[in-house]
Design a protein around this ligand. Structure first.
Ligand SMILES: *Cc1c(COP(=O)(O)O)cnc(C)c1O
Length: 664
């Protein structure tokens, strides 16, 4: 799938320490499963450190603040929360992780600034669009105070959030996005507050609106420009830069802005240069190129007489979702320190060369701040496992096709996997046409198909011992994997998996001392066939199944989907009317424990129904009238009516997801 990722995988992976024991090894009782292997299998070190680990009991621990080291057992926490009536699926947020991320970014820039003896400072902002939830934005403003951390708004509603939440002196408010007069006038007036509000021009037309607003209100604006760089990012969001980009001004438009300002004697208004080359930039190379290009534009603007003071390098700082440390789209091939050093060094070099004072560096990292802090815990509620009984040798009287297919089955070995697969597939097709024309009974057809699946299973197991899997057989792993049905909605809780094939690390949060022996894909509760997860993280490529444990009767099995704190909540939708999940904020306390700081109850069924304009009361009435008629006609008893109405009314009040029944 990608060479880069292969070439950069760690030595451990190259030696294949996490290789699954083959069925032969299993048959011989060879299994050296231990917690070390569990850690490797799920790559938790790669994507989770320093926040998530496997503990000594085979459960996942969270260390929200690695410097304090307090651990929270995620499995115990889930049980505790459930015991308090917070049913799964449950989104657990750890605000201390956000605090630590903000601290780390600031420290990395501080380190680079010291190292390069850079004569300016760093002031980060959090782009509100990444996660607008009030409790989270408030936490960010609170922990960010120490670092003068600000907020970035990408729309009018987000500006309103920024103005209400940032009551401190100091932090920046960066106003991006398309703007109308109301947006611009609000921002201009807020420039009179005791904070720095900068209006970034994204389109040339906005300059005219600014001129008119500024004249009307008598306020000189503080402006920035967003430049379209020629440097493009990589992957999904590569089109955020370049000439065809949706946002920003090209070179001639930037010059037009400068000329317009000069004419009005307002050159000192333009103080910030902004660019954003896309999200999740997995390689450091485009970042370096963009820095170089932007630094040169900055220097030119200063030389043209603008009172430049800020260079805003946008977002794009990536998250290593698969832990492979490569430039694969779900990963990144650089560390925070390297990123900060590159930003500082390029700006420094350009400014020194041109003898222009260095700017205050602003960055708008969203994903890198918010992704790690939340985990979705959900439960497996059932499974559909493909299990085949050992085939029995066909009798002498059996159909020729069945006997031939049995020989194929017996003869499968490494050197003929592909040929055997062709033979088996042909036999299956032949059986289907024999059936179609009436020469085969349903029972005979079933025997052939069963034997076909036996062949596939044996081929798949044989393939596991080989280093190479032929392209046409790659689908077998997926076809033969079990389906685990899970109590959550992909569309609500992880829409990017559906929309852009995003990868989030997913793993069981307990039973890790036990070897996971089932390969499964995950299906959600929606009745949409897209509500499936069949792409999982892997060091080398993408896997089509997840290793999970067998389900035990009457025992809950919990999976965690990690690093989903960025973008998922607001993009989530109400497909099949599954609403917001419950969310809790779990914060560390001074005395070494933790407590639940906020509980944000998920949607009830009536809430989502009202959202699509139903009136739960009239729905109750409508059902009641039908029930009464059925009682009058003697089709329903009074008891049955009471039960029906109780269920109907209780359901309206309940969580939209599956909840344990009273008798369970
Ligand atoms: C989305 C966005 C960001 C955040 O990007 P991340 O990749 O999440 O850091 C920053 N700035 C602008 C202008 C954006 O549109």
């Amino acid at each position: 799938m990608n060479g880069a990722k292969l070439s950069a995988i760690s030595l451990d992976a190259a030696l294949d320490v996490s290789r699954r024991p083959s069925s032969l090894e299993k048959q011989n009782g060879y299994s050296d499963w231990n917690l070390e292997r569990a850690t490797q299998r799920y790559q938790i070190q790669g994507w989770g450190a320093p926040y998530y680990h496997v503990n000594g009991q085979g459960q996942v621990d969270v260390t929200p603040d690695p410097e304090r080291g307090q651990r929270i057992n995620l499995y115990d926490l889930t049980l505790e929360l459930r015991a308090r009536g917070l049913d799964l699926p449950l989104l657990i947020r750890f605000p201390d992780i956000v605090g630590h991320r903000i601290k780390r970014i600031n420290e990395s820039f501080a380190k680079a600034i010291a190292e390069y003896e850079y004569q300016g400072t760093y002031r980060g902002v959090f782009p509100v669009k990444v996660n607008q939830q009030r409790h989270l934005v408030e936490e960010i403003v609170e922990v960010g105070r120490k670092w003068n951390f600000g907020l970035e708004a990408g729309s009018k509603p987000e500006l309103l959030i920024a103005l209400a939440c940032m009551s401190d002196v100091g932090g920046l408010i960066i106003c991006n996005g398309y703007k109308d007069r109301q947006y611009i006038e609000t921002a201009l007036l807020a420039q009179k507050f005791d904070k720095t509000v900068i209006i970034v021009l994204e389109r040339l037309e906005e300059l005219d609106i600014v001129f008119r607003a500024s004249e009307k209100l008598g306020i000189r604006p503080l402006l920035g420009v967003r430049a379209k760089l020629t440097t493009r990012g990589v992957g999904r969001w590569a089109d955020s830069a370049g000439d065809r980009a949706k946002f920003g001004l090209n070179t001639s438009e930037v010059v037009e802005v400068v000329e317009g300002l000069t004419q009005r004697n307002m050159l000192d208004s333009l103080q910030l240069l902004h660019f954003h080359i896309g999200s999740q930039i997995s390689s450091i190379i485009p970042i370096k190129n963009a820095m170089q290009e932007a630094s040169n534009i900055y220097v030119e603007l200063a030389k043209m007489g603008c009172k430049m003071g800020y260079l805003d390098v946008g977002g794009g700082l990536a998250v290593d979702y698969d832990g492979s440390k490569t430039d694969f789209h779900a990963s990144k091939n650089y560390q925070l320190d390297e990123y900060a050093a590159d930003v500082v060094a390029h700006i420094q070099a350009a400014c020194t060369k041109a003898d222009v004072p260095v700017p205050t560096i602003v960055s708008e990292s969203g994903r890198a701040i918010a992704a790690h802090h939340s985990v979705l815990v959900f439960e497996v509620v059932g499974r559909n496992e493909v299990r085949f009984a050992e085939p029995v040798e066909p009798t002498n009287e059996a159909h020729r096709l069945l006997k031939e297919l049995y020989d194929t089955y017996r003869g499968i070995q490494p050197k003929n996997v592909q040929e055997s697969y062709h033979d088996a597939s042909q036999a299956k097709e032949e059986a289907q046409s024999l059936f179609k024309y009436g020469y085969f009974t349903l029972r005979e057809r079933a025997q052939v198909e069963r034997l076909y699946w036996n062949c596939c299973e044996k081929i798949q197991q044989t393939l596991r011992r080989l280093n190479f899997v032929p392209e046409e057989l790659k689908h077998l792993d997926r076809t033969l994997s079990a389906i685990y049905y899970c109590n959550f909605s992909l569309f609500q809780s992880a829409p990017d998996i559906w929309a852009i094939d995003h990868l989030f690390p997913i793993m069981p949060i307990h039973r890790l001392e036990e070897e996971p022996t089932v390969s499964a894909t995950l299906a959600d509760l929606t009745c949409d066939s897209d509500g499936m997860i069949d792409r999982f993280i892997d060091v080398e490529d993408v896997r089509s199944s997840l290793d999970v444990h067998t389900l035990k009767p009457k025992e809950s099995y919990f999976l965690g989907m990690f690093l989903n704190g960025a973008y998922q909540e607001i993009l989530g939708d109400l497909h099949n009317l599954f609403g917001d999940t419950h969310a809790v904020h779990v914060a560390l306390t001074e005395d070494g424990g933790h407590h639940v700081r906020h509980v944000i109850k998920g949607d009830s069924v009536s809430e989502v129904l009202r959202y699509v304009e139903y009136q739960p009361d009239s729905m109750v009435d409508a059902v009641r009238r039908q029930a009464e008629r059925a009682v009058s006609a003697g089709r329903l008893t009074n008891d049955q009516l009471r039960t029906l109405m109780r269920h109907y009314e209780d359901s309206l009040r309940s969580y939209t997801y599956l909840t344990p029944g009273e008798d369970d």
